[in-house]
Design a protein around this ligand. Sequence first.
Ligand SMILES: NC(=O)c1ccc[n+]([C@@H]2O[C@H](COP(=O)([O-])OP(=O)(O)OC[C@H]3O[C@@H](n4cnc5c(N)ncnc54)[C@H](O)[C@@H]3O)[C@@H](O)[C@H]2O)c1
Length: 346
Amino acid sequence: MKIRWGVIGCGGIADRRTLPGMMLADNAELIAVMDANKEAADRCKEKYGAKYAFDNIEELLAIDEIQAVYIASPVFAHKDQAFAAAKAKKDILIEKPVGITAKEAEEIADFCESQGVKLGVGFMMRFHAYHQKMKEIVQSGQIGEIVSARAQLTCWYPEMENCWRQDIKLSGGGAMMDMGVHCVDLIRYITGLEAKAAAGFCGNQIFKYSVEDAGGVLMQLENGAVAYVDANFNIPDAAAKCKIEFYGTKGSIFAQGTIGQVEGGEIEVLCADSSAGYDANQDRNEIQTMDVQVEFGNMYTKEIEAFGRAVAGEGEVPITAADAIASQKVIEAAYESSKNHKYEML
Ligand SMILES: NC(=O)c1ccc[n+]([C@@H]2O[C@H](COP(=O)([O-])OP(=O)(O)OC[C@H]3O[C@@H](n4cnc5c(N)ncnc54)[C@H](O)[C@@H]3O)[C@@H](O)[C@H]2O)c1
């Protein structure tokens, strides 16, 4: 069964990744596209073979055959559009972060529930074959109990005119809310552990827009492990490897280049025998490398197919609003900690 889609917001992510991904999905049909800029909507209509292009959401939502909408507008527009789509009884796949604040995201989730529509969130990196493999390895106990984790996502994002992402009122946050949130989500997803406390530093070192150009958050996970996420808008794209690492009592996972918009990267899994007791020589050569084989695909295609199956009643919503809100709350905790100096000054 093909799910008939409407797309709201035809800019960067929709045109660059999600619409091309949707074209490859085995259960999706694109019906209509909408963008505040009609030229962008017209361009996507031609490019992806939609039947209709609009510059307002009402006309798109009035189309009966549309079952699900993908909301990829700037964050400040998410709430009104999600409410309108839920009232029109369309199931909704919404881009991260769901709302300007976690509280707004909760309002959106509650309203969708009250209207009986499904709400899924675009944390597509969960569909990366290596991230799914990491989850399998961690959950099966092959690297023992998780004691430490770390994830990083960066880009080069200089000041630009009329850029909603650089305006705190329109985006809700900068490097951490935009990119760090993916890292927090991956650590929660792969370990299956929730964060129970967080402290962060967020600020502007290089670029002076109203959102932070860099930040870091230290989380204590529910089993006591410490996890660290860092996100920067001020490192040249090619200069960061976007690493993700997990350490356990029996081994570790190192990956680089897996956090991003294209499925790829490298992974190394090390398994050690921790039953031997203390070794004063701290020998680091007694280690085995696990052979890890995966098949890469298109994360956006998998995201559209999985949400489509949920719409068809053939599966669960893959990434729920509750999940997204938990990750957003970690970022907000980092902002609060940083703003209120909830740390020791040296
Ligand atoms: N999951 C990912 O990989 C990923 C990557 C990038 C962005 N995103 C998310 O996707 C969303 C959009 O980001 P982007 O980078 O594509 O932004 P963008 O600025 O590149 O594109 C936004 C588009 O929305 C249009 N627009 C503006 N106001 C609108 C409105 N009220 N209604 C409809 N369209 C409107 C703009 O004309 C533009 O075409 C954000 O939530 C962002 O965080 C997700």
